[in-house]
Write a new protein. Structure first.
Lengths: 277, 304
C-alpha cells in the first residue's frame, strides 16, 4: 500500500500478527514441549510447560519401538520417489517448455485434471494388481504410485524452470552441430541445477508426508513408513501420548528443514495448480 | 551493416523454426513417452478398471461377476451413502469459507509494511507443510477426552467438558476446524501473491478520489481478487472432497459415521467390508461430482 502507517497502528498490527502466529502454531509448539514429558507426567500435569523435562520418550522410541524401521522405510520410499520423479519430470517438463503441438497441450491438460481425480478409484484395481504381483508391503509399490501421483506438480515445476532459461544457448549449440538430446543433457540440465534440486526435494517431501496410499499398500509393520507407523502408537483406548508426541516431533524435523530449503521455489509449482495461466 | 543484421535475424528465425516449431520431430514425444506410459499404467487404465469394477460384485481376493447397475441401485438406497454425501458437502463448504476468509485476512496483513513479515509468512505455513499425521497428533492431544488441555481450560471457566471427538456434532466441528487450520496457509500464500500483483496505480487513483482504506479494499482489492478467488475456492473444494487424512486420522469417520465423507465410505466398503463393487461405485460417483467442479474450473481458466 502506498500510504504510510502511523507507528502506533504499525506496531499494533505487528502485535496482532505475532499473536496469531503463536496461536496458530500452538498445537505444534505444545506437542514438541510435551514430547519432553512422560505419559504419566502428562496425565497429571497442572501446567502447560513441562516442569521436569526428560528425554525418556526418545530413549524409549529409539530402543523399544520400530521407529528406526519406519524411518528407514520412509527414507527408501521418499528417496526412490525423488530420484524417479526428477528424471520423468525433467524430460517431460523440457518437452512442454520448448515444443508446441496438439499432443503436448492435451497431455498438459490431462496432467492438470488428473490431480483432481479421487485416486481411490485407481487404488482399488491397483491393490488387486499389486497383490497378485506380490508387491503389497514392498516399497517399490508406493515409490511407483507416489511418482505418478505427484508427476503433475513436478512436471509443471520443471517446465517453469526451463521457461526461465533463454533458448539462445541451445540455438548456438545447435549451430555447432550438437544433437538435441545432448543439448538437453549437457547444457540445459546443468543450468537448471537449483530447479532440479527443488523438484527432487518437493517429491521427497510429498512421499515423506503421505499417509493415504501408504496406509493401503504398506500393511506389515516391517514395511510401514513413518506416517503409518505412528498410528501404531495411537490405539484407541491406550494411547501412549509420550511416545506418540516424541515420534511426531522427530518426524517433523526433516519436513521442516527441507521445507526451509525450498520454500522460495513454491511459486514455480503454483503454476502447475493452474493458478497462473 | 544493416543488411548483416537483417541476415542474422533471418538466420535466427530460420533456426528457431527448425529447432522448435516443426511439428514432425520425434524428440518431444520421446521425452514425454516415459511419463505418458506411467500415467496410462497407474492412473488411466486403473481408473477405467475401477469404473468396470463398479458393475461387478467381487472382493479384493476374487474377481466378481457382472451385476449391472446393482451396486449403484443399492448405494442410492443406503442412508450411509447420503450421509457421506451430506458430510462431504458440509465439510467442503465450511472449509472453503473458513480457510478463504482467514487466508485473505492474513494475506492482507502480510501485505502491509510490517516488521518481520518475512518470518511471519514462513511461520504461518507450518500447518500446511507438516505431515497430516503430525498435525492430527498435535490436535488430538489437545481435544482427546475430558482430561485434555482444551477441556481443562473449559472446566476452569465452570463449563462442562466438551466431547470434541465422541459427540457427533462436536466431531464435525473439530474435523472442520482442523481442516481449516491445515488449508488456510495455501489460501494465504496464493492470495498474498495475487495482492502483490495488483497494479499500485489503482490505489493511488482511489486515494486521489478520496477513498478511505476500507473503500479501497472493497472497491479495488476485492474486485481485483475476484477471478483468482473463484479458481482458488474451486480447487480447495475439490481437494477437500478428496481429503482422507483429516477425518480418518482424527475420528475414523465416527462417531456413528458423523464425519464420514465419500472417500472414507469408499475406503470402508472396499477395505473394511471387502466389497470392491460397492467401493468402486462410491469412488466413481465421487469422480462424477468432482468432474462437474473441474469443468467449471477449466472454463474459468480459459476465460482468464
Amino acid at each position: 500500500m502506498s500510504r504510510a502507517m502511523k507507528p502506533a497502528r504499525r506496531w499494533g498490527l505487528f502485535g496482532l500478527l505475532a499473536a496469531i502466529v503463536v496461536v496458530v502454531n500452538l498445537p505444534v509448539i505444545l506437542m514438541i514441549l510435551n514430547s519432553l514429558q512422560t505419559t504419566e507426567q502428562l496425565m497429571t500435569a497442572r501446567t502447560l510447560l513441562p516442569t521436569h523435562p526428560t528425554l525418556a520418550n526418545f530413549y524409549y522410541l529409539s530402543g523399544r519401538t520400530s521407529f528406526w524401521t519406519y524411518l528407514r522405510n520412509s527414507m527408501i520410499v521418499s528417496g526412490g520417489c525423488a530420484a524417479l520423479s526428477v528424471v520423468l519430470a525433467a524430460l517431460a517438463g523440457y518437452a512442454l517448455s520448448r515444443f508446441r503441438g496438439g499432443f503436448l497441450s492435451v497431455y498438459a491438460r490431462l496432467l492438470f485434471v488428473v490431480q483432481m481425480f479421487p485416486i481411490i478409484l485407481a487404488l482399488i484395481p491397483l491393490f488387486v494388481l499389486f497383490r497378485n504381483l506380490d508387491l503389497i508391503n514392498n516399497p517399490l509399490s508406493v515409490i511407483i504410485l507416489y511418482t505418478v501421483f505427484q508427476l503433475p506438480f513436478a512436471t509443471w515445476m520443471a517446465r517453469s524452470f526451463f521457461d526461465t532459461i533463454p533458448r539462445d544457448l541451445e540455438e548456438a549449440a545447435m549451430v555447432d552441430g550438437c544433437s538435441r538430446f545432448r543439448i538437453l543433457v549437457r547444457i540445459v540440465l546443468p543450468l537448471s541445477g537449483p530447479g532440479i534440486a527443488a523438484i527432487s526435494i518437493f517429491s521427497f517431501l510429498f512421499s515423506y508426508n503421505e499417509f493415504f496410499v501408504a496406509n493401503i499398500f504398506l500393511r506389515d509393520e516391517s514395511a510401514m513408513t513413518l506416517p503409518v507407523g505412528i498410528t501404531m502408537f495411537m490405539q484407541q483406548y491406550s494411547t501412549d501420548w509420550g511416545s506418540l508426541m516424541a515420534a511426531a516431533t522427530v518426524t517433523l524435523i526433516p519436513t521442516f528443514l527441507l521445507f526451509l530449503g525450498v520454500q522460495k521455489y513454491i511459486a514455480y509449482g503454483a503454476v502447475g495448480s493452474g493458478l497462473k495461466g | 551493416m544493416a543488411l548483416e543484421f537483417a541476415a542474422a535475424r533471418e538466420t535466427r528465425a530460420w533456426l528457431r523454426a527448425r529447432l522448435w516449431d516443426r511439428p514432425d520431430q520425434a524428440l518431444p514425444y520421446l521425452l514425454l513417452a516415459p511419463s505418458v506410459a506411467m500415467m496410462l499404467a497407474i492412473v488411466v487404465y486403473p481408473m477405467a478398471q475401477g469404473f468396470y469394477y463398479g458393475f461387478t460384485n467381487g472382493t479384493l481376493i476374487r474377481p466378481g461377476a457382472f451385476v449391472g447397475l446393482q451396486n449403484y441401485a443399492m448405494l442410492l438406497g443406503y442412508s450411509d451413502f447420503w450421509n457421506a454425501v451430506t458430510f462431504s458437502v458440509v465439510f467442503a463448504l465450511a472449509n472453503v469459507a473458513g480457510c478463504y476468509s482467514f487466508g485473505l485476512a492474513l494475506a492482507v496483513l502480510l501485505n502491509l509494511d510490517l516488521p518481520g513479515r518475512g518470518f511471519f509468512r514462513t511461520a504461518l505455513l507450518l500447518p500446511w507443510i507438516i505431515p497430516s499425521i503430525v498435525a492430527i497428533v498435535s490436535w488430538r492431544w489437545m481435544i482427546a477426552d475430558e482430561n485434555a488441555i482444551a477441556n481443562r481450560l473449559i472446566t476452569a471457566f465452570g463449563l462442562g467438558p466438551i466431547f470434541f471427538l465422541s459427540d457427533s456434532r462436536w466431531a464435525v466441528v473439530s474435523v472442520i476446524v482442523i481442516k481449516i487450520w491445515r488449508s488456510f496457509p495455501f489460501m494465504m500464500l496464493s492470495l498474498l501473491a495475487a495482492l502483490q500483483g495488483i497494479d499500485q496505480s489503482l490505489y493511488e487513483a482511489a486515494e486521489m478520489d478520496g477513498a478511505s482504506r476500507r473503500q479501497a479494499f472493497f472497491h479495488v482489492t476485492l474486485p481485483q481478487l475476484k477471478d483468482i478467488s473463484i479458481v482458488l475456492c474451486l480447487l480447495m473444494t475439490i481437494w477437500t472432497v478428496n481429503d482422507f487424512d483429516t477425518p480418518w486420522l482424527l475420528t475414523q469417520g465416527g462417531p456413528a459415521n458423523a464425519t464420514e465423507n465419500l472417500i472414507l465410505l469408499a475406503y470402508r466398503y472396499t477395505f473394511g467390508r471387502n466389497n470392491v463393487g460397492l467401493g468402486s461405485a462410491t469412488s466413481f460417483i465421487t469422480l462424477i461430482i468432482l468432474m462437474v467442479l473441474v469443468v467449471f474450473l477449466l472454463r474459468r481458466q480459459r476465460e482468464r
